[in-house]
Design a protein around this ligand. Structure first.
Ligand SMILES: *Cc1c(COP(=O)(O)O)cnc(C)c1O
Length: 392
């Protein structure tokens, strides 16, 4: 460890451990020549269309579904699906509170009202148990959002939705590669939404897609994505640029290699974290397929610093760790209507988890340095807190 005393911490003016920050985003780089070769296809007659069709075909195969509709982002994939699936005349969309920070905005864009439910404390995801208390005569849709490690309990949500005649949409952005009972996500519920943002597993610079086995829904979504001039109904320009499709195709080719890299990183964390009291790695369920991408850690009661101080100290060193889904959405002030209540598991969980650097740019050496740093701040926590108080 290069740091000998607390004054060596970047937080107190010392030099950073990482001059080039290490992040929690995937940021996979493709083989540039192969990417450029794909990009050139866009200049040929019908080339742009070919790239989009090819990506949709390959993603449909990857997820084992009949239809894939690419769009400009995960956000608008969700907006289009909610618009299509929500029951007419009903207003409330049941969704977890401890989730992606823009998910309530997504619902608000459709003119509907987010209704927040709690999460299962073990899986940190929406469950039928948590969602069922929120169903009423005004419920329009349930959004099952997969957490960033493993999947939510799909079967029980399906039962809940069908017993109540409600449509079920999955936000599967964080579970692209995951299987549930050995079946790859993509074909569950009425539709599933994914992102091609550079921070996610499959990098298309930016973009998103929807998977479904329902032909009518697929046809409607295609119309909504790029409405024809004669079409008078609701729609938007939400198609994926062909250069993004070329990038996504290239990175889809390399996804297996990425998983192997991610698994190495995950195991390195697993080994090293077992020697850090107070930090618990959230484990991937290895009885299923998994991307091993996100490294989520719980700060236990015997970790001597609060989560936000821990993140602050790390960020100063160029370790761009982030709080996990904090604040939960029901505690965020917004200017649109929501239905919220006290959600104790979400509130408690939002204080105790933290995302560690991961993805393509991270090496075992990075992990070694990060964990060494965690040992250091744990050992010197009293001095850190004293000096911090004095400096403020
Ligand atoms: C990133 C993310 C989205 C949004 O995807 P974008 O392509 O960035 O718009 C939606 N849901 C979850 C769970 C996400 O992590």
């Amino acid at each position: 460890m290069v740091k000998k005393s607390v004054t060596d911490l970047a937080f107190f003016g010392g030099s950073k451990i990482f001059s080039r920050p290490v992040s929690t985003s995937n940021l996979v780089k493709p083989d540039v020549e192969s990417f450029l070769a794909k990009l050139k296809i866009a200049q040929t007659p019908q080339g742009e269309k070919y790239l989009i069709n090819q990506l949709e075909k390959e993603l449909a195969e990857f997820h084992g579904v009949s239809y894939c509709i690419t769009v400009c982002s995960g956000f608008w994939a969700l907006v289009l699906c909610i618009h299509e699936l929500a029951l007419l005349g009903k207003k409330e969309v049941i969704m977890p509170s401890l989730t992606y920070r823009r998910l309530a905005d997504v619902v608000a864009w459709t003119g509907l009202v987010p209704r927040f439910c709690d999460v299962n404390p073990k899986k940190l995801s929406i469950s039928a148990e948590a969602a069922k208390h929120h169903i009423n005569s005004n419920t329009a849709l349930i959004i099952g959002v997969h957490p960033i490690v493993n999947c939510c309990d799909i079967d029980s949500l399906k039962v809940l939705a069908s017993e109540n005649n409600l449509p079920l949409l999955f936000d599967s952005v964080e579970s692209v590669y995951e299987t549930y009972n050995s079946i790859r996500v993509g074909g569950f519920g009425a539709a599933e939404c994914f992102s091609l943002h550079a921070s996610k597993l499959i990098n298309g610079f930016e973009g998103g897609y929807i998977t479904t086995n329902n032909p009518e829904l697929a046809a409607h979504l295609k119309l909504l994505r790029s409405p024809s001039k004669s079409q008078s109904s609701f729609g938007m320009q939400a198609h994926l640029p062909s250069a993004h499709a070329a990038m996504a195709l290239q990175n889809l080719e390399g996804v297996k290699k990425q998983i192997i890299h991610n698994r190495d990183i995950y195991y390195t964390y697993y080994k090293l974290l077992s020697f850090v009291p107070g930090l618990t790695l959230i484990l991937f369920d290895e009885s299923e397929q998994s991307s091993f991408k996100n490294i989520l850690v719980k700060l236990e009661d015997d970790w001597p610093l609060d989560r936000d101080t821990t993140v602050e100290l790390m960020n100063h060193e160029g370790i761009l760790s982030r709080a996990y889904y904090s604040p939960p959405l029901h505690m965020k002030p917004v200017k649109y209507p929501v239905v919220s209540s006290s959600l104790p598991v979400s509130e408690e969980s939002s204080e105790h988890y933290l995302l560690m650097p991961c993805g393509y740019q991270v090496t075992s050496d990075t992990v070694n340095k990060v964990i060494e740093f965690m040992h250091f701040i744990r050992e010197y926590s009293n001095d850190i807190l004293k000096l911090k108080r004095r400096r403020i």
